[in-house]
Design a protein around this ligand. Structure first.
Ligand SMILES: Cc1cc2nc3c(=O)[nH]c(=O)nc-3n(C[C@H](O)[C@H](O)[C@H](O)COP(=O)(O)O)c2cc1C
Ligand code: SF4
Ligand code: SF4
Ligand code: SF4
Ligand code: FES
Length: 597
């Protein structure tokens, strides 16, 4: 077997793949072959590095060179310069956005310095399509350990003591859930992995399944051993073709290696996994709706109790856990609860994966120890706000979460602190907003989403959220009144208190938290009929400044609705009754004569 001196890790996650990373990997392989370096350098297709915005990524081991935005045409230069001559290709190296300095070693990148990768430990490190690579990094050793040297109770105890809480949103103690499922009477039980991931902008679970599918398979089998289940189901959205493909391959390989199927590790224990596909409805991520959808019914939630752990899939006890929760299990078994306990805060142990998005310099997938502050995430890992703009807010917890402001920047990221601040952990969406974002519009965006995704089963959510949406629309059009604020608060609280499932119970959160933290913006829309950030179109007014207008006619020719009048070399005017606020005149005027009020 070749003893490779250089490993070229090429990201094969969805983001980089869509920017031709597979072709790039092929080009690198060809160049290596052409140079006769087959025994010296190896190209490995991996999962996501988290830095998708700068993809395709190529990382070179052992010197941790981090090449960004690499194109297939760059393959020749990388091999000739880096592999043959040992000289890094500086134009492809990552440049720190703050210092503008080239980073020679990825360990020096602000983006990674404060991260701690547990659930993502193998993403960007191993080839997810090769079970041997997973095994080489302790893969399936946790399953072997529990099957051959531990009882289900001992294993559950480790998870309980570790303090792991569900990463799907609710933060329920994982060990306790496993114990309840184990203790629920029934000879047939199920393990379900929730890979529905419907939050807008979230891709944590997809990346884990694309980059390290075996970690989830191994954990599901461990859960089967603990709860007494021999069947596992992964509920995954059909829009995740790469994750599905890799998961299928991984399941097949695990079967071939005897790690799924009968008599695993020569024991009595048998376990296997099948896939179920979701059609992309957000509500189908809610565990009871998910179970109904898997049974072939409508994806609608039902009242709890009974909880799935007692009465779930086909009426049998069913342990539902999130992808990230499962991915954390094998490491906890291998390294021990004591180790896991040292990471995080008193009540929130371990790490959390976030999809960091919006107006930060470093957009991507991050995993951080619980207890890290929002400031550290946004300004260190995220590299601060794009284009030197001012930070305004952070929506944390997706459409169910809350929007926090600069006064919360030092809030530690843990379940309790986020709730106390008016947000929630959620499944890991984190969207950063700057001075150009209108917070009323942001509230409307999230409510738009929940109104669309409501299953319609109960009135407070189906009707109440629509009414809230109408109120917000009216405010963004300049027709809001002071009473509308009270109506939003009252209605929001009623919806929260009376909806059947968490979708409705949390849908008003963004609107209410934005009211708490950015009330002045609502008031500007209502009293001054102004959108301070210039986002709400209906409140914008295009005007021509007489002194600056030389009558060049460019704006009138660009206006699609004939709202601008004026003779050549004379001052032009905009008819506000006709203007549709398309902005074409603003773009066209070279004399700064068009302004927006
Ligand atoms: C509207 C809605 C959508 C949800 N979507 C997901 C999801 O996509 N993935 C997920 O793991 N949990 C989701 N949940 C939470 C699940 O109901 C459940 O709590 C979770 O899968 C349990 O796993 P955990 O204990 O590992 O977090 C959702 C809940 C609600 C109310
Ligand atoms: S709260 Fe909304 S999503 Fe949940 S059951 Fe009621 S209508 Fe359906
Ligand atoms: S493009 Fe500008 S300068 Fe020319 S007519 Fe229009 S407003 Fe006046
Ligand atoms: S914003 Fe558009 S519609 Fe309005 S005046 Fe300018 S070009 Fe015409
Ligand atoms: S998909 Fe390549 S870095 Fe995320």
């Amino acid at each position: 077997m070749a003893d490779y001196k250089i490993h070229m890790l090429v990201c094969g996650g969805t983001g980089c793949k869509s920017s031709q990373s597979q072709i790039l990997a092929e080009h690198l392989r060809t160049e290596i072959k052409n140079q006769g370096l087959d025994d010296f350098a190896q190209v490995v297709g991996t999962g996501c590095f988290g830095f998708c915005e700068k993809g395709p990524i190529v990382k070179i081991i052992p010197d941790n060179t981090f090449y960004t935005q690499v194109k297939p045409e760059d393959a020749k230069e990388i091999v000739e310069e880096h592999v043959v001559k040992g000289r890094k290709v500086s134009r492809l190296l990552y440049k720190d956005p703050k210092t503008e300095k080239i980073v020679m070693d990825s360990r020096g990148m602000e983006f990674y310095k404060k991260q701690m990768r547990i659930a993502l430990r193998n993403c960007g490190v191993i080839d997810p399509e090769n079970i041997e690579e997973y095994i080489a990094r302790d893969g399936y050793s946790a399953l072997g350990k529990v099957l051959t040297s531990m009882t289900p109770e001992e294993t559950i105890n480790v998870i309980k003591k570790a303090g792991l809480r569900g990463r799907g949103g609710a933060g329920f103690p994982t060990g306790l859930k496993w114990e309840i499922t184990r203790q629920s009477p029934g000879s047939e039980k199920y393990v379900v992995c929730n890979a529905d991931e419907g939050d807008p902008g979230a891709f944590m679970d997809r990346s884990i399944l694309e980059g390290d599918p075996h970690s989830v398979i191994e954990a599901m089998a461990i859960n089967g051993f603990c709860t007494g289940a021999s069947n596992g189901l992964v509920y995954i959205r059909a829009e995740y073709p790469l994750a599905i493909e890799r998961l299928k391959k991984a399941i097949e390989q695990a079967r071939q290696y005897g790690l799924l199927g009968k008599n695993i590790f020569g024991t009595e224990f048998g376990f296997d996994i099948t896939l179920r596909y979701g059609a992309g409805a957000f509500v189908c991520g809610e565990e009871t709706a998910l179970i109904h959808s898997m049974e072939g019914g409508r994806g609608e939630p039902t009242m709890k109790p009974p909880f799935p752990s007692v009465k779930g899939y086909l009426g049998k006890p069913t342990n539902v856990n999130n992808v990230e929760t499962f991915a954390s299990i094998p490491v906890i078994i291998n390294k021990g609860w004591e180790w896991y306990n040292t990471i995080g805060t008193e009540k929130s142990k371990g790490t959390k994966v976030f999809a960091l998005a919006g107006k930060v310099n470093n957009v991507g997938l991050i995993e951080v120890p619980m207890g890290i502050t929002l400031r550290e995430v946004i300004f260190e890992i995220g590299g601060g706000i794009k284009n030197g703009k001012k930070f305004k807010g952070v929506q944390i917890g997706g459409p169910s979460g809350g929007c926090l402001t600069y006064k919360h920047l030092d809030v530690p990221i843990d379940y309790e602190s986020l709730i106390a601040a008016g947000a929630m952990m959620g499944s890991g969406g984190m969207i950063i907003m700057d001075e150009d974002d209108c917070m009323v519009d942001v509230a409307k965006y999230f409510l738009d989403f929940t109104v669309d995704e409501s299953c319609g089963k109960c009135t407070p959510c189906r009707v109440g959220n629509k009414r809230m949406h109408e109120l917000l629309t009216s405010i963004t059009k300049g027709n809001g009144t002071e009473e509308d604020i009270d109506r939003l608060i009252n209605l929001g609280n009623v919806i929260k208190d009376t909806s059947l499932c968490m979708l409705g119970q949390s849908a008003p959160n963004p609107v209410l938290s934005i009211l708490d933290n950015f009330r002045d913006e609502y008031e500007a829309h209502i009293h001054d009929k102004k959108c301070p950030s210039g986002v709400c179109k209906a409140l914008m007014r295009y005007e021509i400044v007489e002194e600056n207008c030389c009558g060049c006619t460019a704006c009138a020719r660009a206006c699609p609705v004939g709202a601008i009048t004026g003779e050549r070399k004379e001052v032009h005017r905009i008819d506000p009754a006709l203007c549709i606020k398309c902005g074409a005149c603003l773009d066209r005027c070279k004399f700064n004569a068009v302004i927006v009020n």
